[in-house]
Design a protein around this ligand. Sequence first.
Ligand code: CP3
Length: 357
Amino acid sequence: MTESTHSPRHDSRFLKALRREPVDRTPIWLMRQAGRYLPEYRAVRARAGDFLTLAGTPELACEVTLQPIRRYDFDAAILFSDILILPHEMGLGLHFVTGEGPRFHRPLDSVAAIDKLPRPDPNDATGYVMDAVRMIRRELPASTPLIGFAGSPWTVATYMIEGGSSKTFSRAKRLLLQHPEAAERLMTHLAESTADYLVAQVAAGADALMVFDSWGGALSPELFRRFSLNSMARIVERVRAECPATPIILFAKGCGSQLEALADTGCTALGVDWTTSLADARARVGDRVALQGNLDPTVLTTRPDVIAAETEKVLADFGDGPGHVFNLGHGITPDVDPEHVQVLVDTVRRASERPTA
Ligand code: CP3
């Protein structure tokens, strides 16, 4: 494994905060920071024609990754790609239906199909993602960390089984309840493939990793632990073994009741959504992991004075001391005014400034 341990990013605010070391001010980046709320993103997206061409062309993926860094000088960049690229390259055929989001041409519709899934070689099947990581690393300021990512096995499986987005996840949950052994094989397969994919992103230049379990909150505590948590724990175990210096953030949306169990995986940090107070999260797990979050993205659609006040509340809720990475509690929405993001960034920088560090 080629990990860069003594990179110019080592002392960046973001990596320091993940190590729970003191920083001069709270680092900030936003989930989905490269996206449709930015006019410069929409221009490149229009040139690409469709999302898969954008994510599949390293030059274009690199350009849109850098756009929010240029505009706001965020403390970290995140690879422009999608959690559904891995299942796409397992042969499911991702496409986007206007107004309806992602769809697979060949969803997982039987237990037999689960056992036929390939384990893609990340440098081959998703070589364009690794090319994008290398290009972004070259183009980013040397001091700006780059986050690589993947979806959690459970969240990715919901799309693979449902064939697209879902409100109830009924098909996916029926698999867990009626065919638990097959579901376990699927989670294990996705965990190993996802770990391969994340380790390859580190080899290509990612400085930190994040796993998005966007739909963990749809499961009962029992099903969450057996299927989602265990598979994320396996990913953490492999990343820890194969890239020991690379921090890994787990974001399980709607899983505030599971923070202790998530911290037990040995991950570096936990993403927290706005339904859990950072003070509460910190009291429960803050001596073991850093915390990332947790402003409700809807706040960004309100007046600037409200944005500033709500941002200060999030900082105060975390309180003094190290180990906070400011973020939203979920991805930024396309209806946000880019000027409002500037208000958020300015507020975090002003209100979190510390005299020593
Ligand atoms: O954060 C970033 O800036 C990095 C890029 C990124 C995207 N998707 C780009 C994208 C990341 C980290 C993701 C993760 C992702 N994708 C998740 C997990 C995080 C979350 O939001 O819960 C999920 C569930 C997906 C699946 C997905 N991809 C959906 C549901 C959609 C459609 C969304 C929509 O609003 O239409 C996508 C497409 C997608 N991925 C877009 C972007 C910027 C919009 C595509 C476009 O330009 O039309």
